[in-house]
Design a protein around this ligand. Structure first.
Ligand code: HEM
Ligand code: HEM
Length: 232
């Protein structure tokens, strides 16, 4: 299933949204929330690592990994390695980001895993890890038989899109949850920070939509060997 338009426009819009998302989450966590720290007496600085790594790592770098196949005019084998490495970076940053949320909770005597956001989050990072391990073993090294690869690649693509979309949705829930905590503790509902957080979530969701469009549309450059393959 594919949309009959070129993916270039979708990829270009996604890059603008990615850049906006990175800038917005950094401005929020550094300028408005006081910065990032791994060790601090003000424990909220430890928490701030969480949104930064989840958004830039799991969501944005994860999305860039997915767009590799459509965006880069390179050989399939090289794109596969880039796809794998970017997903590895996304996964590692996601794990460190979740660890930071636990560290913040533990050092502030706050219970762990009480929210829907945290339950979905554990599910998403687990599925992401399984998807990565499956991709590595079957598509890269040692590699499954060509029958297993061709039968499971549609599953890999659909499940990959579902996991990525869940990560995007959960980032939006996380932004909502944190903003709600801040507003209950006196943050102005129509103030600059509240708008920034809400628009960060809007930009994140739009980024997710454009990544999915890029997967469902036509490759920018169809290499000769791939064109021949498709025509069969
Ligand atoms: C896909 C991205 C994300 C995943 C997978 C994720 C996952 C998690 C997990 C597993 C926890 C539980 C930590 C614990 O129980 O100690 C957590 C906590 C939290 N996260 Fe996220 N997170 C994501 C993005 C975000 C973002 C962008 C924000 C925005 C601020 C955020 C805000 C929070 C908050 C406020 C908590 C503490 C309250 C709670 O446990 O729900 N999260 N997150
Ligand atoms: C070691 C890790 C991985 C390897 C080796 C790998 C390999 C592959 C391969 C061979 C394709 C097929 C490209 C094609 O024939 O068109 C693909 C596509 C895709 N993968 Fe992965 N993958 C890995 C991890 C992941 C992860 C963790 C996700 C998401 C959570 C993911 C999501 C996708 C998506 C959405 C596509 C479709 C891209 C498109 O058609 O434009 N992959 N991957």
């Amino acid at each position: 299933m594919a949309i009959g338009v070129n993916s270039l426009g979708f990829i270009a819009v996604a890059q603008v949204l990615a850049l906006a998302g990175v800038v917005m989450v950094l401005v929020w966590c550094i300028h408005f929330m006081g910065g990032l720290a791994w060790e601090a007496t003000d424990k909220s600085l430890i928490f701030n690592i969480h949104p930064v790594l989840m958004l830039i790592g799991l969501v944005i770098i994860g999305g860039e990994a997915i767009m590799t196949y459509k965006a880069l005019p390179l050989k399939k084998e090289l794109k596969k390695v880039i796809h794998m490495v970017l997903h590895a970076i996304a996964l590692v940053l996601g794990i460190i980001g979740i660890y930071a949320a636990f560290k913040y909770h533990n050092e502030s005597s706050i219970a762990n895993l009480y929210s829907l956001h945290s339950w979905l989050g554990i599910g998403i990072i687990t599925l992401y890890g399984i998807q990565w391990i499956y991709g590595f073993l079957i598509f890269l090294f040692p590699g499954g038989s060509s029958a297993v690869r061709s039968e499971t690649v549609p599953w890999h693509i659909v499940l990959g899109l579902i996991i990525f979309s869940l990560a995007v949705g959960n980032a939006a829930i996380g932004l909502l949850e944190k903003l709600t905590f801040l507003e209950s503790a006196s943050l102005a509902k129509f103030g600059a920070e509240a708008y920034l957080v809400n628009f960060t979530a809007v930009v994140t969701v739009l980024y997710g939509v454009f990544v999915v469009f890029s997967v469902l549309s036509q490759p920018v450059v169809v290499r000769e060997e791939e064109a021949a393959y498709t025509a069969l």
